[in-house]
Design a protein around this ligand. Structure first.
Ligand code: ATP
Length: 213
């Protein structure tokens, strides 16, 4: 059994920080596939600037030629707030017994206690945390304890059971964020080499991050 990666986010827009992280995790953890899951209505932040259909289109464009990557629209098809617990439950219903890895940046992991039914997440999937520039792994508090209690003994163990471990995986640090991208697009700057060309073309064609009139 090879594990399947689930990488959620607003992806407003998707950039090389996301893509390189997903690619390295896929390869380092020997994941069978990585599902990239744009959210519809994020619970803990302001609404995305681009609508779901456009963010999905950019994800599809970004991974078109990449085998083993799936643009997954399940949160966009679901009504209401996009809770990760519901997304994992839907994967689990489709893939009973399959090892699943929820892929998160360290910044997202540090906010975990604010997530809905967060303690149940590891009953449905493993959690894999990618190091992100400027964010250290917690050593104390609830998350520090959780890391100690559930830490995977090895990467291979992630494939040995369906859920329940936490693994922290160093990846190449690319200090790119969608917020910075949107700010620089608003200021009229070119996103070249921060996003794939196919995503850049969609941004230019739709003017989705231009200064609103
Ligand atoms: P924003 O700036 O709008 O908050 P973002 O760039 O942080 O967006 P999200 O779509 O919110 O991107 O992030 C989705 C997931 O990708 C999260 O788990 C986040 O931690 C991770 N992530 C985002 N940017 C990077 C990066 N540069 N390197 C590694 N992981 C990243």
């Amino acid at each position: 059994m090879r594990s399947i990666g689930i990488f959620g986010g607003t992806f407003d827009p998707i950039h090389y920080g996301h893509l390189r992280t997903a690619l390295e995790l896929k390869s380092l953890l020997d994941l069978e596939k990585v599902h990239i899951v744009p959210c519809a209505d994020p619970p803990h932040r302001t609404a995305p600037m681009s609508d779901g259909a456009l963010r999905l289109r950019m994800v599809e464009a970004a991974i078109r030629s990449e085998r083993g990557f799936v643009a997954d629209d399940r949160e966009l098809r679901r009504a209401g707030v996009s809770y990760t617990i519901d997304t994992l439950a839907s994967f689990r219903a489709e893939l009973p017994g399959q090892s699943l890895c929820l892929l998160l940046g360290m910044d997202a992991f540090l906010g975990l206690p604010q997530w809905r039914r967060w303690r149940e997440l590891t009953t449905l999937a493993h959690i894999v945390v990618a190091h992100r520039p400027g964010w250290a792994a917690p050593t104390t508090g609830t998350l520090g304890e959780l890391l100690r209690d559930l830490r995977a003994p090895s990467v291979a163990e992630l494939h040995s059971k369906a859920a329940g471990f936490i693994h922290v995986q160093p990846v190449t640090q690319l200090e790119i964020s969608s917020t910075d991208l949107r700010d620089s697009l608003r200021a009229g700057r070119d996103p070249k080499f921060l996003v794939p060309d196919s995503v850049r073309e969609i941004i230019i064609e739709t003017e989705c991050y231009a200064e609103p009139l």
